[in-house]
Design a binder for this molecule. Structure first.
Ligand SMILES: *[C@@H]1O[C@H](CO)[C@@H](O)[C@H](O)[C@H]1NC(C)=O
Ligand SMILES: *[C@@H]1O[C@H](CO)[C@@H](O)[C@H](O)[C@H]1NC(C)=O
Ligand SMILES: *[C@@H]1O[C@H](CO)[C@@H](O)[C@H](O)[C@H]1NC(C)=O
Ligand SMILES: *[C@@H]1O[C@H](CO)[C@@H](O)[C@H](O)[C@H]1NC(C)=O
Ligand SMILES: *[C@@H]1O[C@H](CO)[C@@H](O)[C@H](O)[C@H]1NC(C)=O
Length: 276
């Protein structure tokens, strides 16, 4: 291993010493794309003595298949026809030499912020988490949350770590606001999350509704009431049916010319029914 390392070092030293001008370099034009709707990225390989087997482009480390070329050309071009928040990122042109030579070109877009859910429902005295996410490049380095005033729409900043009430947690691509001990009147309304990157600020709104404790209990009470009514009806029905049947038996028993055994049999069935 040491021997190989030494050999490589020796090679590099001599290479540089006798041909400093032949170290391959990539010139990217433009070197950076900021806030544009389209762009043409060009990389030229200069001062190259290596064999070029082809070229391709990477976006955030992933090969862009459509950019693959087997040309021996020292120039490669990538057309970005419509730059959206999804197509921003770190682009790299790669010349397939041995070793490969590459150059990074950053494509930056203004921040994009979206609410995970545009409206949320919470229960009184319970807690809720509101979430906003961001895509694109670069991601926000600063997040803040606001609550809009119901009357004049003015936004007031929400302070993190307000004991027992608010807690904000943020990463570049996501922010969450935890609200505890929800109050029907004070906590309902419009919340705004706002993310700021080098290229500006973007925000999203979330509407929060707070239901009263009773609202959650009503459907359950409804079912209980329904069951009580049903059980009462069945109970009353059963109570009334029994005397009717006995009267029926009495009617048939009162018929003339009935044998004794027949009446005994009927008595027995009635007694059995009563005991069950
Ligand atoms: C890159 O190469 C192309 C053709 O090979 C040339 O037209 C262009 O001007 C070069 N661009 C730069 C920045 O060197
Ligand atoms: C983030 O934004 C808030 C409000 O806009 C500001 O008060 C705070 O200083 C900012 N923080 C950073 C690290 O820029
Ligand atoms: C908010 O406060 C909590 C704990 O008090 C902490 O874990 C969290 O990192 C803070 N968030 C921000 C954005 O400062
Ligand atoms: C957000 O960033 C974290 C690391 O910072 C990463 O693991 C996660 O996949 C990202 N989520 C999205 C949706 O991009
Ligand atoms: C980005 O471009 C748009 C118009 O294309 C412009 O309105 C906006 O101010 C620009 N933003 C920045 C941060 O340059």
């Amino acid at each position: 291993m040491k021997l190989v390392g030494g050999f490589v070092a020796l090679l590099m030293c001599c290479y540089r010493a006798d041909a400093a001008a032949t170290v391959p370099k990539v010139i990217a034009d433009p070197s950076e794309v900021v806030n544009q709707t389209s762009a043409v990225l060009v990389c030229n390989l200069t001062e190259n003595t290596l064999l070029i087997k082809g070229s391709h482009w990477l976006l955030n480390g992933k090969v862009l298949d459509s950019s693959k070329s087997t040309d021996a050309s020292p120039s490669t071009t990538l057309h970005l026809e419509k730059i959206t928040v999804r197509s921003g990122g770190k682009y790299e042109c790669v010349f397939e030499t041995d070793p490969p030579v590459k150059k990074e070109v950053q494509v930056k877009t203004p921040p994009h912020v979206a609410a995970y859910k545009h409206s949320e429902n919470g229960d009184e005295n319970d807690k809720i988490v509101l979430t906003c996410v961001s895509h694109g490049y670069p991601l926000p380095f600063n997040w803040s949350w606001f609550k809009s005033d119901e009357v004049d729409g003015r936004q007031s900043a929400i302070a993190n770590g307000t004991v027992g009430k608010y807690e904000i947690k943020s990463t570049p691509n996501k922010t969450t606001l935890l609200i505890q001990d929800l109050d029907i009147e004070l906590d309902k309304g419009e919340y705004v999350c706002s993310g700021t990157s080098d290229l500006g600020t973007a925000s999203a709104k979330i509407q929060l509704r707070v239901r009263s404790r009773m609202a959650a209990v009503w459907p359950f009470l409804g079912i209980v009431a329904e069951v009580i009514v049903l059980v009462t009806i069945i109970f009353i029905y059963e109570k009334r049916r029994k005397p009717d049947e006995i009267t029926d038996d009495d009617d048939s028993g009162s018929a003339p010319l009935k044998s004794n055994s027949d009446t005994n049999h009927k008595d027995k069935t009635v007694r059995q029914r009563n005991s069950s």
